[in-house]
Design a binder for this molecule. Sequence first.
Ligand code: SAH
Length: 353
Amino acid sequence: MEKTDIKSLNLEELTAFITASGEKAFRAKQLYEWMHKKLAPGYEEMTNLPKSLKERLKETCDYTSLQTVDEKISAIDGTRKYLFGLSDGNIIESVLMRYKHGNSVCISSQVGCRMGCRFCASTLDGLERNLRPAEMLDQIYRIQYLTGERISNVVIMGSGEPMDNYDNVVKFIRLLTDEHGLNISQRNITLSTCGIVPGILKLADEGLAITLALSLHAPDDEVRKTLMPVANRYKLNDVLEACHTYFEKTGRRLTFEYSLVSGVNDNLEEAAALAALIKDQQGHVNLIPVNPIKERDYVQSDRKAIEAFKNLLEKNGINVTIRREMGRDIHGACGQLRKSFLCQEQKGSEKTL
Ligand code: SAH
């Protein structure tokens, strides 16, 4: 029989599970608090639960508790990047960024990714598997537990495409924002997607007040297709219409991410086309200087080109920010640390063959 993934249950489900085994309902509440508020790494710490119950849970349930495989701290800005081990041996990465307005964690939603964006390290080895809600939660729980600092913001912008793991991601958001758990404000959560139209429309109807970020990266379908294979499935017009629906239904302003790649999507005609494309949208553009990966020969736009691109957008009435590069010295971008870790492992095992 498959074991119950106990940390992925909401309080209602946990109460049903616990009472079905003859325990009182208040035990479920205690257990939920240990898992989601006190962030216990295991049953040992749960001092107010009877030993017999803990023994039974150990037999019938999986208790997700990520193992820290590596932690890198940026000498430039104090950003911390974590490599966590899952119970099946897979490795994922998460990032803690410290801002004046609070601590933000960037989580992975899948092991690997199958979207194939050309500049992204997460997708180089394809998709391994989806993460369960508990495995997404525990990235935040471990970091808060290890640092002792409260996490106030979460961005679903690490490895993986959240819309490709839709049900688990939505359940994760509900657990993360549950008043009986960490109770993080929905407004402080951002979900970034490469633009899967049915996912965006479904999310618009969930009644969640989270921010939607769209990875745009080009002002037209042709350039976008050269960077993002998903552009062959969904046309930009349809993606933007879905984003507008998201805004209308949730009232949440959108973020448009645009990674600047030298000579590919960074000239001023493209800036003008981008401004025209989103002028009727409620949102802002976040320019990201592309973080080159060694497997591809994309080059970051130079500072002057980035400033010129930004100025032209602003002249056309678009709100725009340039994303600060956090943790560049520790493989800051999506999937890069995991990739370099897996490469080293491979080299190590080749040596021993
Ligand atoms: N799959 C989701 C979320 C993951 S990536 C998405 O596509 O939105 C988060 C953002 O970082 C995306 O906008 C992605 O396109 C961008 N990104 C990934 N690798 C990058 C790199 N090497 N340089 C710059 N931006 C990158």
